[in-house]
Design a protein around this ligand. Structure first.
Ligand code: SAH
Ligand code: SF4
Length: 362
């Protein structure tokens, strides 16, 4: 079977090129072609000798992902639907960071569907089809980068002088594993992806965030198995009773265990763990919840992202929280000295907001 170069980390590319009797600088050229110039095939790599290109074609391949649809929301959020080699589909979402500034956060998927079964989440309703391979995770980023280059206006470069002319306009500033799937249930492919993203694609570890529903063994394994990117934990409840009801993972790893694991997590200085808290109307949006949340997070350097529930097209047993309740919850946390933001719901009108991804190709 041919080796897919987008499955390989830097050391593996070097070793493969060494195996072909080539000098290390050839590996560097290939990495540059794949991750800087977005080459689609070895034949594109015009500074490699023809014989090497032929050899590479014999033993290796460069996968690509098929962008089959993209939709843009009124607020500028864009959703990308990709088809994979086996016909399955996945989604990624591109969210403008700050109005007026041409920087984006790209939200990528790590699985097709999800096995965790959180009762408020559309992806959870699908169940798990399969894990994504490293190259399928990486190709989401490369395909969106290519798309951004292609759709950049000349003015994008002019207004962003820090961007060199090889990479004009509309750059991705942050990558978040917050699309479809539980990344820690696809541990080894996600770890290789993190290595490629922070090393060869060149994102700072501070600009990459992995969000988990609270898979405790995976959180414990993170520091020794890959680059220490940011950790986000979807907490979503302040009692085991409520969390058991909305996130089945809590029955295996209850709040105490999860938060103790977070307390012991070797956080680099100046970093915090992000706790996501989806506010479900009448379920977990009470003042008592906010007060308990403060107590639970004691001793953890943390920031809280409040996410008002995003209802989806299909019927749901949950409702959005009252706006007043959201404000009160927010202010209770602020008064207690917590760092907290209410995450505005981007891309709601195109079902691209948190928890709405279903990747149906109709
Ligand atoms: N599986 C991972 C990452 C993907 S989910 C995790 O659960 O952390 C990304 C975020 O979307 C999670 O914080 C989740 O709680 C939130 N979410 C899921 N469904 C939602 C919905 N309908 N409305 C708002 N947020 C939702
Ligand atoms: Fe899976 Fe995250 Fe959705 Fe839960 S919230 S079902 S873990 S994608």
């Amino acid at each position: 079977m041919k080796i897919n170069f987008k499955q390989l980390n830097r050391a593996e590319i070097y070793s493969c090129i060494h195996g072909l009797g080539q000098e290390p600088y050839r590996a560097e050229q290939i990495i540059n072609w794949i991750y800087e110039k977005h080459a689609m095939s070895f034949d594109d790599m015009t500074n490699l000798p023809l014989t090497l290109r032929a050899e590479l074609n014999n033993i290796a391949l460069l996968s690509n992902i098929n962008l089959i649809k993209n939709s843009t929301s009124a607020d500028g959020t864009e959703k990308f639907l990709f088809q994979l080699d086996d016909g399955e589909t996945i989604e990624s979402v591109l969210i403008p960071n700050v109005r007026g500034k041409k920087l984006y956060t790209l939200c990528i998927s790590s699985q097709i569907g999800c096995a965790m079964g959180c009762t408020f989440c559309e992806t959870g309703k699908l169940g798990l089809t399969r894990n994504l391979r490293t190259h399928e995770i990486i190709d989401q980023i490369l395909a969106v980068q290519r798309y951004l280059k292609k759709t950049a206006l000349p003015s994008d470069t002019a207004s962003s002088p820090q961007i060199d002319s090889d990479d004009p306009g509309r750059p991705i500033a942050n990558i978040v594993f917050m699309g479809m799937g539980e990344p820690l249930h696809n541990f080894s492919e996600v770890m290789t992806s993190l290595s490629i993203i922070t090393d060869m694609i060149g994102f700072s570890k501070r600009k990459v965030t992995l969000s988990t529903s609270g898979v405790v063994p995976g959180i414990r394994m993170l520091p020794d198995n890959g680059p220490l990117i940011n950790l986000a934990v979807s907490l979503n409840a302040t009692t085991d009773r409520t969390r058991n009801a909305i996130m089945p993972v809590n029955k295996k790893y209850p709040l105490n265990t999860l938060l103790q694991t977070c307390r012991e997590f070797p956080l680099p200085s100046n970093r915090q763990i992000t706790f996501e808290y989806v506010l479900l109307g009448g379920v977990n949006d009470y003042k008592d919840d906010a007060l308990r949340l403060v107590r639970l997070l004691k001793g953890i350097r943390s920031k809280i992202n409040l996410i008002p529930f995003n209802p989806s097209g299909s019927s749901s047993e949950y409702i959005k929280p009252d706006e007043q309740k959201v404000l009160e919850f927010h202010s209770t946390l602020l008064k207690a000295g917590m760092t907290v933001i209410v995450r505005k719901s981007s891309g709601n009108d195109i079902s691209a907001a948190c928890g709405q991804l279903r990747a149906a190709y109709i």
